[in-house]
Write a protein that binds this ligand. Sequence first.
Ligand code: SF4
Ligand code: SF4
Length: 477
Amino acid sequence: MYDPKSLKAEEFINHDEILDTLKYADENKDNKELIRQILDKAALTKGISHREASVLLACDDKEVEEEIFALAKRIKDEFYGNRIVLFAPLYLSNYCVNGCVYCPYHHQNKHIARKKLSQEDIKREVIALQDMGHKRLALEAGEDPVNNPIEYILDCIKTVYSINHKNGAIRRVNVNIAATTVEEYKMLKDAGIGTYILFQETYHKDSYEKLHPTGPKHNYAWHTEAMDRAMEAGIDDVGLGVLFGLDMYRYELAGLLMHAEHLEAAHGVGPHTISVPRVRAAEDINPDDFDGGVDGGITDDLFAKIIAIIRIAVPYTGMIMSTRENQQMRERALQLGISQVSGASKTSVGGYDEPEEDIDDNSAQFEVEDRRTLDEVIKWLIDLGFIPSFCTACYREGRTGDRFMDLCKHKQILNCCHPNALMTLKEYLVDYACPETRAAGEALIAKELENIPKEKVRKIAEEYIKEIEHGKRDFRF
Ligand code: SF4
Ligand code: SF4
């Protein structure tokens, strides 16, 4: 039976409820009155349910779609302003005991070079990332109790936080590792991680089991209940995601939103972030093998609609898009509510210190579509009118879990995001930018300082920005 408060996977992601939802959506996709009500409710910016979102997804009226797009943009602006947070993934190890059929790290793959970074390797990788200007990382590792035990991950986190090269520092480490026990989540929490990220891949249990034929990840309930264990361990910022293209996208959207509703109902805190990856080509992997949407994939137009609907359904969540997507899709998604993007990512183990083109071992997890440098990404964001932000303040100020949600839902977090974005951009411009990016960034900062509504905050931000020019670092609200 469907119960959002239950801690059992098959009750909070209930198959029958999803099938009923999809039937309801089909029956109402042309119901103008209901769709109007849903859009009006969405416009109150307090979110909509998985059922309501599914009706909007089923509706193919172009005017409705335009309204959804405009609303998604408005919600992003009202909650987070025009800042876009930047991060980079750091692949620690591609040893993996699982058999995920869509990932080249699956253990049957004998063509791929297996690698695991030593702590010395990590230092080199982190210095290379700091030299670009990154301040926020997502650590990624396959599941392998022998090669990548929790002790290894904890050592890596410690190493990452310990390195200060020139003015560089990694100030927030998010972690994307396999579902684990409450005890191990507690260790991650004690190590000072930001968000614990785990993608569900697909919420459809039968497909899930087929796509994960072997290894611990085969266990649907263990994987789906991972966020509950993380929260029990005290990690109150968790990141959800579906690998779009693996199964029926309508099923996935309903499941994803039910997961968000479950976290709120059971723990009082919804997902800190939602990522929207799409299946990509990689060594051993062909996206056309997965019948996930229309014509074996999710088209860009459909993907844009899904992103916008997630944004209006869960207005408070950060939404992340990686370099799996090309510049054009990323540009479009930025107008639909994406609030965080990766830049200059390498998806192979050891790819930052040693240029990937020099690594002849096909160890990348997937093909990157956006290959621009971080400086090019920063300039691009500035030219589009966004403030590139390297802010990591909330976690470090104790604004996590329900404290963060409360500020965010009341549209107060923007008062921190905006000045923090300007100050961290200033750091980037002084330490890493090319002259052209620096000039564009300085002009943006001057303009955006005027947009800080509270005079007191504006004066402090101006003061801090002057101090950054004179060598001081790491100011935050
Ligand atoms: Fe391993 Fe993760 Fe790849 Fe699955 S998706 S094979 S668990 S690295
Ligand atoms: Fe993120 Fe908080 Fe910084 Fe805003 S103030 S960018 S929510 S860390």
